[in-house]
Write a new protein. Sequence first.
Length: 202
Amino acid sequence: MPFLVRPTREACASCLLDDTPKVPPSGNRHADIAIIGESPGSNEILRGVPFIGASGQLLSQILRTVGARRPDFWITNAACCMNRGIVLKTGFIPEAVVKKQSIQCCRERLLGELNLVRPKAIIALGAFSVEAVTGIHGVTKFHGSVHGVDLGLLATGQPSGQITYVVPAFHPAFLLRNRPQFYPSVIKAFQRALRASRGQLD
């Protein structure tokens, strides 16, 4: 699937990951819910599809658990390039720094894309994805909560009059790093997003 909104040349030129492979979004262009990851991994780069590695398999399992189907969602990443540590002449830049910078450079593309899809709810997986859409920092404190945003206002500066509900949640990769005890709370966060997409706020 092609990009709905491609990163601008200016944004890519200012990014440490410029000229690296990019992974476009996938899924239902008219979805009620969008799922945002942080950045693609090696499997995603190889096949050009988001969330198809181990984290993607767990994501599909989570969706089945809440009675949902992956094809019904819009699935994208806050950054469309694979993050990694980078060695420059001036020294080594760790992956966390590269990720934060790449997501900042990709934010205009992400918000433009979401503004075209106009989902009723967004599940933001991981701290960087949460910050890219809501501006709030961290996922642990806000996991499973609901935050209203105007995608039109964020993307264009002009209010759209439509509120999209963002539910922060732990990233599947976090669960895979020996954190299975958080799985039930992730299920609850997804269920809350499903209800929010139907206008059922609790």
